[in-house]
Design a protein around this ligand. Sequence first.
Ligand code: HEM
Length: 460
Amino acid sequence: MNDPQAKSARPMLATDPAPPPASGATALREAPHHRSWPVIGSSLAYIRDAHTFLRRLYERHGDVAKIDAFGTQCHFLFGPDANQFVLQNRGNLFENARWSYFIGPFFNRGLMLMDFDEHRLHRRIMNAAFSNEALLGYFDRMQTSVDAELAGWEAGDCLLFKRLKTMTLNIGSEVFVGQKPGDDADAINDAFLDTVQAATGLIRYAVPGTRWNAGLKGRKLLERHFTRALPAKRANPGPDLFSRLCEARTDDGQLFSDDDVVNHMIFVLMAAHDTSTITLSNLLYQLAKQPAWQERLRDECRAIGTGALAFDDLERFEDTSLAIKETLRIAAPVPMLPRGVTEECAFNGVRLPKGAMVAVAPWMTHHMPEWWTDPQRFDPDRFGSARAEDRRHPFLWTPFGGGAHKCIGLHFGMMEVKTILHRLLLKFRFTVPDDYVMPQDFTSLPIPKDRLPIRLERLN
Ligand code: HEM
């Protein structure tokens, strides 16, 4: 149903008062319900092209719209104020446990699925594994691992997404687990893919041949893998994330059980592996389309150094940081963040009933012409200090989420993307045909449907 009133004339500003809670309110509207197919609802429209689907939803209904998809109902909330309302989560109105609907059986008891006091405790323990000192340890290992991986890369045509995926898995295996994946590599890679892809399965039972079933099998394989490896890790810790999770404790001595370590490992490895691969693919796609930017970043990489990087060098990537930010704006690897409503409340006069699922959509906010200049254009300078478009609202640019659940691996992710990009740009030039447009697969996190065919030309 069309509700022309729902879209406000001007976007609310960060300084505007937060939307009031529903208590005592009488004039609340119900969210406009987006009509779609019986049973499957809007699932296919989302999978076919989530970006177009979300844009149409916003254009048609305004900043709140209720959809049926993937066997459930969800209130989408659009715009930076919606992001702030939900992610800042004053009064604990929203719970992350609702992620379980999509990924619960596969990422059971991962940090992102926990809430409130329990989440705070686990996050406090896990912080130790993401401290600067811990990152420094990962960084050395990461550089060696990137060089070893790239030694095997040939020039010519390739499916870049596939290469990057294998590379980030292998790096993850060294940096997170402290070992080469060896013979398990393909099985683990497939298990991750299966668990992630299962999230948006239309059949959500263990029926053979379905994505859901493959996801459950993937989870079992990962559990076995890490449970088997855990005693040796506790006995012989190294500078890897697995060891850090075994050792991590709060100031008052709280630490993870064996089950916690396995559950967190599976979630963190997934969270790190896919998001970094997606960011790198999207960035290299943009750089192949914009050769001037590719040269600008290559010049910066050369100026910083052609050998191994020092940890402090990561801060010297200025143009590169702008390009990464712009890539994360154009194609946020996590396009929507679902939550459950714990207590009836309202956003901009629309009722959000207790128990409902709501979702904010960083991708949509990142493309709003009300906030960004020519939002479809790859224009990293918009993040530079002269324009600073992202500063127009504290929740306008949210590829890492915000609030209590803001990505704990943000600095790790940036470190990985910069390290790999530095080596790649020094070694190869990347090109795609002028008319090439990368198609996206939205079955789960958005990845290149064609795995990104690209030409690599060797530079040295
Ligand atoms: C460019 C790369 C990345 C992007 C875009 C990204 C995005 C996100 C987002 C949007 C969330 C918040 C989800 C929510 O609020 O529901 C999140 C949480 C999380 N991310 Fe990342 N992430 C990235 C890299 C990483 C890496 C490298 C790691 C680990 C090394 C990681 C580990 C986590 C964890 C553990 C959480 C849950 C935090 C919590 O609930 O307290 N992420 N990430």
